[in-house]
Ligand binder design. Structure first.
Ligand code: MN
Length: 289
């Protein structure tokens, strides 16, 4: 059997990360049977890091942190001041992840999360590479790894496909930078659901499972069995984290960046239980055949 650990994004349960919200998130993550909670750091100002670290440990959960940047804190900008603010936010977020007990920091670590009005510039790409070299070096001193989450064209102009991400990781040239595939983004940008998995191969470090509309698994049209079979074929045994968003659970910031306008579900705990059972079933089948 596979050793795949299953995770869930905190926005399935709560919109922010105040102490009360964290307690609810962790209780519901545990109740739904997950191994990993993924916390977005978009609400880090309200996060009580020491208390959250203790609660995560007490719950027996692992934590992964994720984030995107913002247009005024963007390491893919041509403006050195904007790049510097983005780089500082990344370093701060890496430290927060470490202090929470996390070993993996991922997301759109290379740009704002939003629609760009232009293509990535050569200078902007050079700024991304230089920033990620520094971030990877700092992560290494903390025995941590970084993920480059590949996002669709409406959320970044830096990496939209697995091939883009591999080129970027090659240019960063650090051995603690992994590729992070997300089925929701793949559905928009890739030719199919298996090719990118094989292309990334053993450089795959993290996976987001999301439907084409980011609602209930199975209520959309993504070919998950093909994707999960491809993961089995390359021997992927890393985490698989469920990501879903609905206007029923809103973050004042992240939900707008992700264009969460619709109600796709109201009961986060029921959604999470269903997703865990569904992912387990796919994995079992992929490894049996
Ligand atoms: Mn994702």
């Amino acid at each position: 059997m596979t050793t795949t650990k299953l995770g869930v994004h905190a926005l399935v349960f709560r919109g922010g990360t105040t102490p009360d919200e964290i307690s609810g998130i962790l209780a519901e993550t545990k109740a739904a049977g997950y191994d990993i909670i993924e916390l977005s750091l978009h609400d880090a100002d309200n996060l009580d890091v020491a208390r959250t670290r203790d609660e995560i440990a007490a719950a027996g959960l692992e934590v992964v942190c994720s984030r995107g940047l913002a247009f005024d804190k963007d390491v893919s900008s041509d403006d050195p001041a904007v790049v510097a603010r983005g780089a500082a936010l990344l370093q701060e977020s890496l430290v927060t992840t470490h202090e929470l007990g996390g070993r993996f920091f991922t997301g759109a670590l290379y740009s704002a999360l939003g629609k760009y009005g232009h293509a990535l510039t050569a200078a902007g790409r050079a700024n991304v590479v230089a920033t990620l070299k520094d971030l990877a070096a700092e992560a290494k001193t903390r025995d941590m790894r970084l993920g480059l989450e590949i996002c669709n064209r409406y959320e970044t102009n830096v990496i939209n496909t697995a091939a883009d991400a591999l080129r970027l990781a090659d240019d960063v040239g650090a051995d603690n930078v992994d590729i992070h595939l997300d089925t929701y983004h793949m559905n928009i940008e890739e030719n199919d659901m298996a090719g990118p998995v094989r292309l990334v191969g053993d450089r795959l470090g993290y996976v987001h499972i999301g439907e084409n509309h980011r609602g209930y698994l199975g209520s959309g049209h993504i070919d998950f069995p093909t994707f999960v079979h491809a993961l089995a074929d390359i021997g992927y045994s890393g985490p698989m984290t469920f990501e879903s968003f609905s206007s029923a659970v809103v973050s004042p910031t992240l939900s707008n960046d992700l264009a969460v306008w619709r109600n796709l579900w109201s009961d986060g705990p029921a959604l999470a239980r269903h997703a865990r059972a569904t992912m387990s079933s796919w994995i079992e089948a992929a490894h049996a055949s």
